[in-house]
Unconditional design. Structure first.
Length: 208
């Protein structure tokens, strides 16, 4: 009998998220890019799947720090960005999350991210300021791959944790939402699968 996401994660659907922003303050700073990676089980191993990615037009009145643009390399004047509004981007993401919830018979989505509190704060703030009422993510619980990495490989920086876990990481591509989300998803799957191979799932008698 194959493992299901609902069984493995107590009815939750893990969705790996990365958000690039105009600063660190979720209440005042703009969302510039968002990416999500869905996961599933294949042959008893957690693997990455569908990707959702949007460039986001900064909401009027939100702040953008020049230092943030320098770090991310985002050019807001680039016409090839094909950006959409916060409301459009998040409503589309949530629509696709809800479809995955139904597919995997999960009750609610749970955010998976590296330093997940940061991304969760921005998701909640966007819902508040853009009038989005149906947020499929748990409002305060999340799975933080930085914490998982501290336990599993002894490092919390994404690039270093990936290197120790055997996940390829190109630092020149970092700070792109789609790249960071993909690498975070690879890291998450690697840690979960390694834990399973060590007897962590299903729970062995030695844990009781």
């Amino acid at each position: 009998m194959s493992t299901s996401l609902a069984e493995r994660f107590r009815g939750y659907l893990p969705v790996v998220i990365d958000i690039e922003t105009g600063g660190f303050n979720a209440k005042t700073d703009a969302v510039l890019e968002i990416a999500a990676v869905f996961v599933s089980f294949e042959d008893e191993r957690l693997v990455t799947g569908k990707i959702v990615h949007h460039h986001v037009t900064p909401k009027i009145g939100t702040n953008i720090e020049p230092a943030s643009l320098k770090i991310t390399g985002i050019d807001l004047t680039d016409p090839k960005r094909n950006s959409i509004s916060e409301q459009e981007a998040f409503r589309d993401l949530f629509l696709q999350v809800r479809a995955e919830l139904k597919t995997h018979s999960c009750q609610r989505a749970i955010l998976v991210a590296h330093n997940a509190a940061f991304d969760q704060q921005f998701i909640n703030s966007v819902c508040e300021r853009s009038g989005i009422n149906r947020n499929p993510f748990h409002p305060f619980s999340f799975i933080d791959t930085a914490s998982l990495s501290a336990l599993a490989v002894g490092h919390t920086v994404l690039s270093k944790a990936c290197a120790r876990a055997g996940v390829d990481f190109d630092t020149r591509s970092a700070h792109s939402a789609i790249y960071d989300a993909q690498k975070t998803a690879d890291l998450f799957c690697t840690i979960v699968n390694r834990w399973q191979s060590l007897g962590g799932w299903p729970l062995a008698d030695k844990w009781t």
